[in-house]
Write a protein that binds this ligand. Sequence first.
Ligand code: TRP
Ligand code: SF4
Length: 333
Amino acid sequence: MTERIVSGMRSTGKLHFGHYLGVIQNWVKLQKEYESFFFVADWHALTTKYDNTANLRQDVFDVVVDWLACGIDPEISTIYVQSLVPEIAELNIYLGMITPQNWVERDPTLKDMAKILRTKEAANSQISYGLMGYPVLMSADIMMFNATAVPVGIDQVAHIEITRDIARRFNNIYKTDFFKEAKPLLNNCSLICGLDGNKMGKSFGNDIKISDNEEVTTKKIMTAITDRTRLRKTDLGHPDQCEVAFKYWEIFGSVDDVATVKSECEQGLRGCADCKRQLAAKINELFAPIREKRRYYENHPQEVEKIIKEGSAKARIEAQKTLKEVRKLVGMY
Ligand code: TRP
Ligand code: SF4
């Protein structure tokens, strides 16, 4: 039997290059080898945005459109929305009962989120009970489909560790081997930084979106940080100190492109503005088919709705099977 993978993303709206290179590209490849479940984690979005839900629906839609545009294929993968599979909430209850409080308290990602929340003046700077349950809910997401592997970015690995611990604990308590222990499945792509050299993120305003058009992409690329010691085109450049632009070349350019850029930069034969204009053209060329597909789905929202509804219905059938077994193992009425 083919092994199962499950993975999700919070519904944060339109996705950026970091999502594409770090996660989606990997999913597109893996969906051909595994029985794949990919979902939009709208409950997880709610853990921090419960008081700001006006865009929640649109955010879910935008994420799915990005996935489809990038090549997640609804014919071979199950695409669904977390909250449309309410069985996950019930599994979350059983897992919550058996999870020691200090396991969630020591979750490093949660600690980071709490730190960010504390710096906000907002009314929701409190850590809610729901947010504390973030890793337990993630465990429910994963264990629901008894996945053996979870393709995620490196930042999610700690969560997968907790999932393994919870699965093991469940099996111990209820004297079963029903739940498998899922492993994180990392890809080998190097992390893409934001235009300012920091981690790429929507909230940092340093990202390029999959959905950005050519003009916006070019404008953004022109702001990318280069070798700061270089003032004129004829100054000899240092690609290894070109914090963003050259790194992008290494990610998006061919081996030949990179060699040319490097040697011309080092010899002072290439100006940074020209260099970045070429880089933008390269990126626009690579993303043209994805963006075209994206426009198609944006203009056919019913098709997207149908994919979401059908995928969620399919996921529910699998979820119900798991839940039936879990209720029996726990000893519910
Ligand atoms: N926490 C993940 C993120 O921030 C989303 C997520 C929720 C997830 N549940 C999951 C990822 C289960 C993998 C498996 O994007
Ligand atoms: Fe970076 Fe290109 Fe400028 Fe060299 S020419 S410093 S690689 S942007």
